[in-house]
Design a protein around this ligand. Structure first.
Ligand code: IPE
Ligand code: IPE
Ligand code: MG
Length: 224
């Protein structure tokens, strides 16, 4: 049985869900938050130590301003309302992405990370304004600046996922089978599960089914 240390999720399909059931993409983003809550609980139940959630990509800035504003409001409210409870549950929050938002939002992110930094039950990596290509180029720039030898170990020190084990499982909901610039380096040997369901429809049973299936996979890592 394979141990599960780290699950990463591309939470896709909110917009389509919202349009289908509420005639509004933003309503889908709101509904998607309920799935986030459910999956956090289930992750803890399964004693998984790392959960990485893709919430906003460096490419998502191409969306209409109204949708971007809505998404960031949702994130802001989520952090403001939920961080104390997450802290009580011994959950550590880490933001992965380029933190170049408004002063207020940057401050909220740092405050949330700091408040939970000593926690150890589960680490949630929230990918906001995250892009893997940016991350990789940035790591190389750092290596160059410090004139360090280039190898896998030195390179990984400059990734945003420093000290986080590579994901064992990647789940992408929403029916499309692509990575959309997410964790390109870290997913080298990850088991990938593409789910037809839209993120707001994804539930604990779907999650448990994936974990169960993963545990039985023969992971070769190049060997036989
Ligand atoms: C994913 O859902 C969430 C974000 C990118 C913030 P989408 O908003 O991409 O939903 P679809 O794919 O358009 O349905
Ligand atoms: C990926 O979903 C980003 C997040 C889930 C945050 P997108 O919906 O932005 O991906 P593409 O554009 O369809 O590839
Ligand atoms: Mg999408």
């Amino acid at each position: 049985m394979n141990p599960v240390k780290h699950v990463a999720i591309i939470m896709d399909g909110n917009g389509r869900w919202g349009l289908k059931y509420k005639n509004s993409r933003n309503a889908g983003h709101k509904e998607g938050l309920n799935t986030v809550e459910k999956i956090i609980k289930e992750t803890i139940k399964n004693k998984i130590k790392f959960l990485t959630l893709f919430a906003f990509s460096t490419e998502n800035w191409k969306r209409p301003k109204k949708e971007i504003n809505y998404l960031f409001n949702l994130l802001e409210n989520f952090l403001e309302n939920r961080i104390s409870d997450l802290n009580k549950q011994n959950i550590k929050l880490k933001i992965i992405g380029l933190k170049n938002f408004s002063t207020n939002f940057n401050r909220l992110l740092s405050k949330s990370e700091k408040k939970t930094s000593k926690n150890s039950k589960l680490q949630i990596n929230l990918a906001i304004n995250y892009g893997s290509k940016y991350e990789i180029i940035n790591a190389f720039k750092n290596l160059q600046k410090k004139k360090e030898t280039i190898n896998e170990k030195s390179f990984e020190k400059y990734l945003l996922t420093k000290n986080i084990p590579d994901p064992d499982i990647l789940i992408r909901t929403g029916g499309t089978t692509r990575l959309s610039n997410f964790l390109l380096w870290q997913l080298a040997y990850t088991e990938i599960f593409f789910e037809r369901k839209l993120w707001p429809e994804f539930n604990n049973n779907d999650y448990s089914r994936i974990i169960k299936k993963f545990k039985k996979i023969k992971r070769n890592f190049g060997s036989i």
